[in-house]
Design a protein around this ligand. Structure first.
Ligand code: NAD
Length: 487
């Protein structure tokens, strides 16, 4: 069976388009091989956009813009709602496609499709509730009316780790707000983005409202779009390093930026925690997407009294996970996205081990053609090892011991990041106290999963700017306009 037959067997081939999607037209092309991380084989090839292609996408977004912003919110809402329904109806095909090009286990891919589709349903609802404001001035001189207008053409850049959800988390609010967009997905996982664009067409998204361009040359292609005065918004999800480059580029033309960047989440377990609940939460916080998540627990701080029992339980659970090709039904831990990712994890683990850490399970890459690293637990890790300060982005759980609440907070904050954090304790007062002490955009209390379309997702410090989702997410794609009204 060839790989192309395999894709067709797993997912409806009509979902696939291998060309750029500009102004409602599919433009055939080639140049970007898409690999199956489970085997290293080429799954498909997609078009490699040039700067000229990207600027044509801006033209298409501009042509569609005025009609789309004038489309009644109810109509925009109904298109998003249909898109949600189509994603839900085709969930199994989309999940398989995600699993094929990203490598994540099917169960994770199914979870992602449901989460991704929910952003369209949530923003279908928010499109009809765009807020405004009316006030009296304190001096009584005039009245204040604040309206929100669509910000304009938006460039959306997404990473490979959630190829569906990171796109819908941006497209949903942008379309609900009345903006037209150019999506640039990661070149590792373009098939999901194109498949979703097909469903958008079917849902009735007008030509030019959503454009998709894939490229191996993201710097020049993005810079050209940001330099175009018609582009007014950049919404980026990816690494902090690339985020910094893009913020500097956007500054040149004063483009509004939303930045969802890297994380280094602490997972703090106090002596009084429910051990089984903490272990369940730890497995979710660590192993969703095999650790390739910005919210992934990156550092486990466990209080001395419960430390050994936690390590024993976590090691047992991690060692028991079934490693395999993402799309095999019983797989619980799929491959990493690329060889480079495995090498980075290996370097972090090897350095920690050289400095005195010990692996209770796992600890070295697996041989073979796929990009596999086994679930690993590390103990006795020095708190200044690189693994404590860098995103691991893989199935490795370093566990550190702490004594006091103050120490836990200090250790949790010993990072430039501030995206997500987790705390396990039966004492709610302590949970809230620790929550106030930790510098983070999001905190899970006795819970290993926080992502929800109805909640504001985002970080502090080097983890980013702005929030996606929730009731404020739509405002990232709107500009306030103030009318001073003479009395
Ligand atoms: P990345 O920064 O390498 O790439 C992200 C996107 O940026 C890709 O589409 C890539 O093609 C593009 N890109 C790369 N260089 C560019 C440039 N010079 N100009 C314009 N675009 C460029 O990140 P990644 O490896 O794809 O994803 C992993 C990272 O994303 C991790 O750091 C993770 O924490 C972060 N992430 C954050 C969130 C969040 O919501 N905060 C969610 C998911 C992932």
């Amino acid at each position: 069976m060839t790989l192309h037959t395999k894709i067709a067997g797993y997912a409806d081939p009509s979902l696939h388009a291998h060309g750029l999607y500009i102004g409602g037209q599919w433009e055939k092309g080639a140049g970007i091989p898409v690999l199956d991380p489970s085997t290293g084989e080429v799954l498909a090839e997609v078009a490699d956009a040039s700067v000229e292609n990207a600027l044509r996408a801006v033209d298409a977004a501009e042509t569609a813009a005025s009609q789309w912003r004038q489309t009644p919110p109810r109509q925009r809402s109904e298109i998003l709602r249909r898109w949600f329904q189509l994603m839900t109806d085709r969930a199994e095909e989309l999940a398989t496609l995600i699993s094929l090009e990203n490598g994540k286990a099917l169960a994770d891919a199914r979870g992602e499709v449901a989460y991704a589709a929910e952003f369209f349903r949530w923003y279908a609802e928010e499109a009809t509730r765009i807020p405004g404001e009316y006030r009296h001035t304190p001096s009584g001189s005039h009245n204040i009316l604040v309206d929100h207008e669509p910000i304009g053409i938006s460039v959306l850049i997404t990473p490979w780790n959630f190829p569906a959800a990171m796109a819908t988390r941006k497209i949903g609010p942008a379309l609900a707000a009345g903006c037209t967009v150019i999506l640039k997905p990661a070149s590792e996982t373009p098939l999901t983005a194109y498949a979703m664009a097909r469903l958008g067409e079917e849902a009735g998204v007008p030509a030019g409202v959503v454009n998709v361009v894939t490229t191996t040359n993201p710097g020049p292609v993005t810079n050209a779009m940001l330099a175009d005065p018609r582009v007014r918004k950049l919404s980026f999800t990816g690494s902090t390093g690339v985020g910094r480059i893009l913020l500097a580029e956007a500054a040149k033309s004063v483009v509004s930026c939303s930045m969802e960047l890297g994380g280094n989440a602490p997972f703090v377990v106090f002596d009084d925690a429910d051990l089984d609940a903490a272990l369940d939460g730890a497995m979710v916080a660590k192993m969703r997407n095999a650790g390739e998540a910005c919210t992934a627990a990156n550092r486990f701080y466990v209080q001395a009294g419960i430390h050994d029992a936690f390590v024993e339980g976590l090691s047992k659970r991690m060692a028991g996970l079934k490693i395999g090709k993402g799309y095999d039904a019983d797989t619980q831990c799929g491959p990493m996205i690329a060889t480079k990712a495995v090498q980075k994890i290996d370097q972090l683990v090897s350095e920690a081990v050289r400095r005195g850490a010990r692996a209770t399970t796992g600890g070295a890459p697996l041989p073979g053609s796929g990009y596999f690293y086994p679930p690993t637990v590390l103990v006795d890790v020095p708190v200044d090892a690189s693994i404590a300060h860098e995103e691991i982005f893989g199935p490795v759980a370093p566990v550190y011991r702490f004594e006091s609440e103050e120490e836990a907070i200090r250790l949790a904050n010993d990072t430039e990041y501030g995206l997500a954090a987790y705390v396990y304790t039966r004492d709610m007062k302590r949970a809230m106290r620790v929550g106030r002490g930790i510098e983070t955009g999001m905190l899970g209390i006795n819970r290993g999963l926080m992502s929800d379309p109805a909640a504001p997702f985002g970080g502090v410090k080097q983890s980013g700017l702005g929030r996606e989702g929730g009731v404020t997410g739509i405002l990232e794609f709107m500009e306030a306009k103030y009318y001073a009204i003479e009395l």
